[in-house]
Write a protein that binds this ligand. Structure first.
Ligand code: ZN
Length: 195
């Protein structure tokens, strides 16, 4: 019967330790990568913009046609608001509506008849828009790409926010565009919102 010498035992022990260490290192690298990916997906799913990962094709304040705005809105993550030919992107921790309000604060907004928004306003943004257009008698028509249900306020409070906008005189319609995959769902949602 073959026996293992002391020297061989030391070698086998070394190899086993090497294999275990390698596995640990590989596992650690995998874990780090996975963590990074999850963090990034979190940010995207919350509608936040991580500029490092998601460079914008054009900056906030850029002017473009409605067709171009639709292209930008439905081929990029985050939210986009388009009004008077100007683009307003969401920023990290700032929704597009908040960026729009901040950027137009010193302007006359009474001539804004139409607003296009990729994601429907959350309950907070709905309240901010109502407040912002408080003194404007003719509220803008708001075209919405997709219904934003979660994260900032629950679905019910977000729905209540949209209903409040309607009661205040905003007209809510679906943003129709070939690239908007949620068009049908948004139309149905808005049609049944009062039920
Ligand atoms: Zn919001």
């Amino acid at each position: 019967m073959a026996t293992i010498s002391d020297e061989e035992q030391v070698t086998i022990g070394g190899i086993v330790i090497l294999i275990v260490c390698s596995c640990l290192v590989i596992y650690w690298i995998f874990f780090q990568k996975r963590n990074k990916r999850i963090k990034r997906e979190d940010r995207v799913s919350m509608g936040r913009v991580d500029e490092a990962y998601r460079p914008r094709p054009v900056a906030t304040g850029s002017h473009c046609s409605l067709d171009e705005a639709a292209h930008y809105a439905f081929t990029n993550s985050g939210t986009l608001l388009y009004a008077r030919g100007t683009i307003y992107w969401s920023e990290e921790y700032k929704h597009a509506e908040e960026v729009f309000i901040r950027k137009t604060r010193d302007e006359d907004i009474s001539n804004i008849g139409t607003i296009w928004i990729k994601n429907s306003p959350c309950s907070k943004c709905a309240a901010k828009l109502i407040e912002y257009f408080n003194l404007v008698p003719n509220k803008p028509t708001v075209y919405i790409g997709k219904i934003w249900r979660g994260e900032y306020g629950d679905e019910e409070s977000n729905k209540e926010g949209l209903k409040k906008m309607k009661r205040k005189g905003f007209k809510l319609l679906v943003w129709e565009d070939d690239k908007n995959e949620d068009e049908e769902e948004t139309r149905e949602y808005l049609r049944n919102i009062d039920m």
